[in-house]
Design a binder for this molecule. Structure first.
Ligand code: CP
Length: 303
């Protein structure tokens, strides 16, 4: 029995196999329509979500399985003080696999250590979001053909953005990937990420100037400033609109740039960009369902 808590738990060949499976599901959906008949996915969401929870649920339904769960902590017994460990043991009696989102970093890991069924981390605090990373990797693979020899710009809240941390962890393992981190000084990548990249001699630069680097990027990964992680509302209000991508700012961008965003967006990408053929963020939304179908099959060991 295996869980997925951190994207680093998957080898490059396992990621390749998952992406290949997701592409096969896209091409041959009927082949997979009954693969999880009789199986149940529990979605335990202690924090708000639209895409992750609904794509997990759609994924399980499209595999012929069923779904149970809750979408907010207040409607579960955690509101009465039940621990994550006891919740995981309890849900193991009712379901075959768990997808858990929690505001506390490490909560899905605690669940996995106490559950008797696989647990998938659907986002823990500002830490990790491995299934968003699989979504992002599938999107990059489909748009760029692979992960080598690309320059990836991450822009916005690189301090609290868990999707950023997970995607860096995944992409740094490929050859000749260059990272450009674009953020206000207050929202730079965490020190542990910077030190780890330096010690492994991964090529990266940090800047506050998006337009200065725009022309060098193959992928631009925009992010929302994570209001829910700030202790100080004034600081959030000061930083929230640090970067707003508009058509004018794309003037020097490559013609095959892929513009990504894990969503939800607030103001970071003007809606005028949505009709630009380089916009990939709604493709990511759809890819998220297929890659989660592939992951459920892998963790339930369904061929
Ligand atoms: N990308 C993402 O995690 O979106 P949700 O918060 O809507 O699940």
């Amino acid at each position: 029995m295996r869980s997925l808590i951190d994207i680093a738990q998957l080898s490059i060949s396992e990621i390749d196999a998952l992406l290949e499976k997701a592409n096969d599901i896209i091409d041959n959906p009927s082949k997979y329509a009954e693969k999880c008949k009789g199986k149940k996915l529990a979605t335990l969401f202690f924090e708000p979500s639209t895409r992750t929870r609904l794509s997990f649920e759609a994924a399980m339904y499209e595999l012929g399985g069923n779904v149970l769960g809750f979408s907010e902590a207040q409607s579960s017994s955690s509101a009465k003080g039940e621990s994550v460990a006891d919740t995981a043991k309890t849900v193991s009696c009712y379901a075959d696999i768990i997808a858990m989102r929690h505001p506390k970093e490490g909560a899905p890991l605690v669940a996995s250590l106490n559950a008797s069924i696989p647990v998938i981390n659907a986002g823990d605090g500002g830490h990790n979001h491995p299934t968003q990373t699989l979504t992002d990797l599938l999107t990059i693979k489909r748009e760029k053909g692979g992960f080598e020899n690309i320059t990836v710009g991450f822009c916005g809240d690189l301090k609290f953005g868990r999707t950023v941390h997970s995607l860096i962890t995944a992409l740094r393992r490929y050859n000749n990937v260059k990272f450009i981190f674009i953020s206000p000084n207050e929202l730079k990548i965490p020190e542990y990420v910077r030190e780890s990249l330096k010690s492994d001699k991964v090529d990266f630069v940090e800047t506050t100037d998006l337009e200065a680097v725009m022309g060098t990027l193959d992928v631009l990964y925009m992010t929302r400033v994570q209001r829910e992680r700030f202790f100080n509302e004034e600081e959030y209000l000061r930083l929230k609109d640090s970067y707003i991508l508009t058509p004018e700012k794309l003037e020097n961008a490559k013609s095959d740039l892929s513009i990504m965003h894990p969503l939800p967006r607030v103001n970071e990408i003007s809606v005028a960009i949505d009709s630009d053929p380089r916009a990939c963020y709604f493709k990511q939304v759809l890819n998220g369902k297929y890659v989660r179908m592939a992951l459920i099959l892998m963790l339930l060991e369904v061929e």
